[in-house]
Design a protein around this ligand. Structure first.
Ligand SMILES: [Fe+2]
Ligand SMILES: [Fe+2]
Length: 220
């Protein structure tokens, strides 16, 4: 009980800070994003098995955005969305997030709810409205079988389609309580397999190209 209470106070404090950051986003995006990244790191510390997930996902997303030719403003929106994409996971019972075995339907529903929970927790900040499309829709599937709304293809906001690919790759290549980390090659194969069903094939193509360019650079 005590622990839950202290976590609640932390969430309130984080939301208060996010409000301050949101207000400075338009005048001073550089400083706002720097502060937001710090919050992203803090959020990762509060959710078991995160260890830098939000920041890695954000950096993958920004590389994809550069390749697509996003404007500076579009990149700010994407960066905010990527840092906050799993905000709604704060407060999910740790025993669910740390469970080594399969989840019950009820537990799965609790995890699934993180997208709308994150969306509603932040929906009061009008400056974040565009970015919240990424928070809300990053688990939509290209073929319509995702959640929360079952959107398809181009109806899924572009920033959410980008986050979906970056998020899945980072999740697959990180260790989880119920499985070991996949190798990079196995994760690449999985992205290819799910291209067109789970993921936007154009985004997967760009992301795989970026990964191979990075490999080439590292091997030089
Ligand atoms: Fe998520
Ligand atoms: Fe995630």
């Amino acid at each position: 009980m005590k622990e839950q209470q202290s976590q609640k106070i932390d969430i309130d404090e984080i939301i208060r800070c996010l409000g301050l950051i949101a207000r400075t986003l338009h005048e001073n995006p550089k400083q706002a994003l720097k502060d937001l990244r710090e919050i992203g790191e803090e959020i990762d510390c509060k959710i078991p098995y995160r260890d830098g997930h939000s920041i890695r996902v954000t950096d993958y997303c920004l590389s994809i955005a550069d390749n697509i030719g996003f404007s500076e403003n579009e990149k700010v929106v994407l960066e905010v969305a990527a840092i906050l994409h799993d905000f709604g996971k704060i407060g999910i019972d740790e025993s669910i997030l740390l469970k080594p075995g399969a989840l019950t339907q009820e537990e799965r529903d609790e995890v699934t709810m993180h997208v709308m929970r994150g969306y509603y927790m932040l929906a009061g900040f009008s400056e974040l409205i565009e970015a919240l499309k990424g928070v809300r829709s990053h688990h939509e599937y290209y073929d319509g079988s995702g959640y929360p709304e079952g959107l398809t293809k181009g109806d899924i906001p572009l920033i959410a389609r980008i986050i979906a690919v970056a998020d899945a790759f980072d999740a697959m290549t990180s260790e989880r309580p119920y499985r070991k980390a996949m190798t990079k090659q196995a994760a690449i194969e999985e992205l290819k397999r799910a291209s067109n069903s789970q993921f936007d094939p154009a985004i997967v193509k760009i992301f795989l190209k970026l990964l191979s360019q990075k490999d080439e650079k590292n091997n030089k």
